[in-house]
Design a protein around this ligand. Structure first.
Ligand code: HEM
Length: 172
């Protein structure tokens, strides 16, 4: 009888997560004609997070009140659009069995909730006086938020492009 190799043994191992019912069911449940609303809505908080940092930097450079006002509006809308995008993502996570079963989807959730807290902090901090808040802590917070939104967006992209979560199986 031929001897079993290490590779043969690995082939026989069962991934307990892959045994979860609905593991292969990863198509969006929160979409418009199969196009996930989450993927459509994340562009707004991502762009507005960058805008907040940009407006802070322009205020620092020019001292113009206009940029301090632009920054507080960008910070507030980044947070509110972020909450809306987070709600659609959370619905997707809870409603789609194949997304719910995968650990990377939960990792994305944890990073995103941290981002939303930071976006809320950046807006709330400016409520005491949006001009005085910028230097130094407002702009520092905006810089950190740019880094965290990049990580969140990159990781969300990984869910779509590597794990194909939220994507349709295609028609042929
Ligand atoms: C708070 C809870 C969140 C959950 C549970 C969540 C979940 C998901 C899921 C399941 C996907 C895969 C595509 C889909 O099924 O729609 C995804 C993609 C993505 N997420 Fe989130 N998400 C959350 C928040 C956020 C936030 C706040 C951002 C950024 C501001 C973000 C950025 C992205 C990006 C950029 C993609 C890739 C979209 C694409 O390339 O089509 N997510 N997310």
């Amino acid at each position: 009888m031929p001897k079993k190799t290490a590779e043969d043994n690995v082939d026989q191992l069962l991934d307990p997560i892959a045994q979860t019912p609905g593991y292969d069911d990863t198509e969006t449940n929160v979409g418009i004609w199969g196009h996930p609303i989450h993927a459509m809505s994340v562009a707004f908080p991502v762009a507005l997070t960058f805008c907040t940092f940009g407006a802070d930097a322009l205020y620092w450079w020019s001292g113009e009140l206009f940029w301090a006002r632009a920054a507080v509006w960008a910070a507030g809308t980044a947070f509110l659009f972020g909450l809306a995008a987070g709600a659609t993502g959370t619905a997707e996570l809870l409603l789609v069995p194949g997304i719910r079963a995968r650990a990377p989807a939960w990792t994305h959730f944890v990073i995103a909730v941290m981002l939303l807290s930071l976006l809320g902090l950046n807006w709330g901090y400016r409520m005491q006086g949006y001009e005085a808040a910028i230097l130094p802590y407002g702009i520092l917070l905006s810089g950190v938020n740019v880094l965290v939104v990049m990580v969140t967006g990159w990781h969300g992209g990984k869910l779509v492009f590597d794990y194909r979560l939220g994507t349709s199986k295609g028609s042929g």
